[in-house]
Design a protein around this ligand. Structure first.
Ligand code: DGY
Length: 327
């Protein structure tokens, strides 16, 4: 078996793959572009991809030997699952193993933005801090604030559990009410309009789909409190980037913490990066040593199982793709 891995991933995953297959690892630090991916993976039975590679029907047609694609991510907006299924290609992802680490980082970003950690620490580094200041770097309290969770899936729920420790009032919106969770999490179901109006903090935890693309735009931002904070650890495309930059510049909302952006990365001269009320991090919400190792291992287990013809631990289309499997 030949497996193409589109970047160097934690050893835990590579070692597992190497037990059963010949493993080719893309050697550069930047991801392969479309043509490079096709040339690199030619003849492979399986692909282990990252969220930086677009895998669609055209790519799969150019790689007819590929029988399975294992994405080392829970999000899979980079993969055309329908195109894969019709070609009998199994698609796998890595849910669960990153939930708690991502929820931790959501709070890291929220606390950093609310309490202005970056501008304050930068002022110290520049030698500008001379004394304790009664009016210096005043932020917003997180304790006791109202948190609006958009998308009460695994990560949204893990964020809600943390929010209880901060005595936050929890609102949530989702495509359906999650009655079984409401009592456990002390969360109240509202629609998106109510959520953005009433929340002190809006935190996004939805996958990027045609329904969620730019679901936070000028209209939603206008409804938010002027003191509100927007946190995004989901996908950049869920927010209309230019509308957000306008809202932050004009004081329509107070601040934002973005671990993901659209485009990703933002061009270095993008106006969002110059605003003092924005903290942008490089898509690191799942980036703990243990979690990235777990993701790599699960991605490898998924891929090997699919290539052996066994049900992978976490596949999106095992049954359907198997029905159309390669001869
Ligand atoms: C994912 O898994 O989708 C994250 O964005 C990266 O860990």
């Amino acid at each position: 078996m030949r497996i193409a891995v589109t970047r160097k991933i934690p050893e835990a995953g590579l070692a597992l793959l190497a037990e059963e297959a010949e493993v080719l690892v893309w050697p550069k630090s930047l991801p392969p572009n479309r043509d490079e991916l096709i040339a690199f993976a030619a003849g492979a039975d399986g692909l282990l991809t990252l969220l930086t590679e677009r895998v669609d029907g055209e790519v799969l047609d150019a790689l007819p030997t590929v029988r399975a694609v294992s994405n080392m991510a829970v999000g899979y907006d980079n993969i055309d699952v329908e195109a894969a299924t019709t070609r009998g290609v199994v698609v796998c992802i890595t849910p669960d193993v990153l939930t708690e680490t991502t929820a931790d980082f959501t709070f890291a970003l929220l606390l950093a933005v609310a309490r202005r950690v970056k501008p304050a620490a930068d002022a110290v580094l520049r030698g500008e801090w001379k004394t304790w200041e009664p009016l210096g770097f005043l932020g917003q309290d997180v304790y006791g604030a109202t948190l609006g969770i958009v998308g009460m899936g695994r990560i949204g729920q893990a964020v809600a559990r943390r929010a209880r420790g901060f005595a936050m009032t929890i609102l949530y919106t989702d495509h359906e009410r999650r009655l079984e969770l409401e009592e456990e999490l002390g969360a109240r179901f509202v629609n998106l309009e109510q959520l953005v109006r009433e929340s002190d903090v809006v935190s996004l935890h939805v996958p990027l789909t045609s329904e969620t693309r730019q679901m936070i735009g000028a209209e939603q931002l206008r409804l938010m409190k002027r003191s509100a904070i927007l946190i995004n650890t989901a996908r950049g495309g869920v927010i209309d980037t230019e509308a957000l930059a306008d809202a932050l510049e004009s004081g329509t909302i107070w601040a934002a913490g973005l671990d993901v952006t659209d485009p990703e990365p933002l061009p270095p001269d993008h106006r969002l990066l110059r605003l003092p009320n924005v903290l942008v991090t490089p898509h690191i919400a799942s980036a703990s040593e243990a979690t990235r190792a777990r993701m790599a291992r699960l991605a490898a287990e998924n891929l090997l199982a699919a290539l052996r013809g066994e049900r992978p631990p976490r596949s999106l289309n095992w049954e359907a793709a198997r029905g159309r499997a390669h001869p």
